[in-house]
Design a protein around this ligand. Structure first.
Ligand SMILES: Nc1ncnc2c1ncn2[C@@H]1O[C@H](COP(=O)(O)OP(=O)(O)OP(=O)(O)O)[C@@H](O)[C@H]1O
Ligand SMILES: [Mg+2]
Length: 248
């Protein structure tokens, strides 16, 4: 490996009661390398995603971000350190406009308790929100209620909100879940652009989708690390073929 990993899971295990959802997973993610964690339903992808993004604690093992042990830190500490995430399930404020949603995300970054802000700050906030909406291709939907946006646009809005803290690492759980083919293409394009600016790690169920997009694939199956390699290595891996047989 060239350069220090941006994120590292060391012997991570996770139990739900007696059920072991993750078994001794060790992976080092390289900075700037668009990587997908794939695997069939129930493989442990979301569980692993939640552990490396601070959503749930691991039962054993460590998570390191830029060499620093972040195991057990609170979710807001992850954001402060430069890690942002978007979820498998869309997570926007449906009664607020696109622009308001992004402003909320920006304000959560800048201040928690400050109610009155100087006017210049407010102007900056509006401009920053506009820039983020433009970044994800939602300028035209700026004033629409988030709940009225198409599903794909809501997911893009969620990405804009995740970008509000200018993360060095962006974690995305099934960013194209439930999307039409056109929406999927738009999102894949956005992911590719974002990965040129920061490290992006995806969790994805659809193997074909990430084959052409990512540089590296990590395959989980029954909570275990089944394979780790380039798309070509994964495509020709006999174990992976067996696990994915008959799936899309
Ligand atoms: N909170 C929980 N309590 C109990 N079991 C859980 C919990 N979360 C996940 N599991 C179990 O852990 C296993 C892995 O689930 P996980 O959601 O991580 O899979 P996944 O790979 O993300 O699947 P999908 O492709 O369906 O999103 C499954 O068997 C699931 O039932
Ligand atoms: Mg999942």
């Amino acid at each position: 490996m060239t350069g220090a990993p941006i994120l590292e899971a060391k012997a991570v295990s996770r139990y739900f009661g007696k059920f072991q959802a993750l078994n001794n997973i060790s992976v080092a993610f390289r900075p700037g390398e668009l990587t997908a964690i794939i695997g069939p339903n129930g493989a442990g992808k979301s569980t692993f995603f939640n552990v490396i993004s601070g959503g749930i604690p691991s039962s054993a093992g460590q998570v390191l971000f830029e060499g620093r042990d972040i195991t057990g830190l609170a979710p807001h500490d992850f954001a402060r350190l430069g890690i942002a995430k978007s979820f498998q399930i869309t997570n926007v404020f449906k009664q607020l406009s696109g622009h308001e949603n992004v402003r909320v995300a920006l304000q959560m970054r800048t201040t928690r308790f400050q109610i009155l802000r100087p006017r210049e700050d407010y102007v900056t906030l509006i401009e920053q929100a506009d820039a983020l909406l433009e970044r994800v291709g939602l300028t035209d939907s700026r004033n629409k209620l988030a709940g009225d946006l198409a599903h794909g646009q809501q997911r893009s809005l969620e990405v804009a909100m995740a970008l509000a803290c200018d993360p060095r690492l962006l974690l995305m759980d099934e960013p194209t879940a439930g999307m039409s083919p056109q929406e999927t293409t738009v999102m894949m394009d956005l992911i590719l652009q974002l990965s040129a600016e920061r490290t992006v790690i995806l969790v994805e169920h659809k193997m074909k989708m990430v084959m052409g997009l990512c540089k590296r694939l990590i395959v989980l199956h029954h909570g275990e690390l089944l394979a780790d390699g380039s798309p070509e290595e994964i495509r020709t891996n006999a174990e992976v073929k067996r696990v994915y047989l008959g799936q899309n």
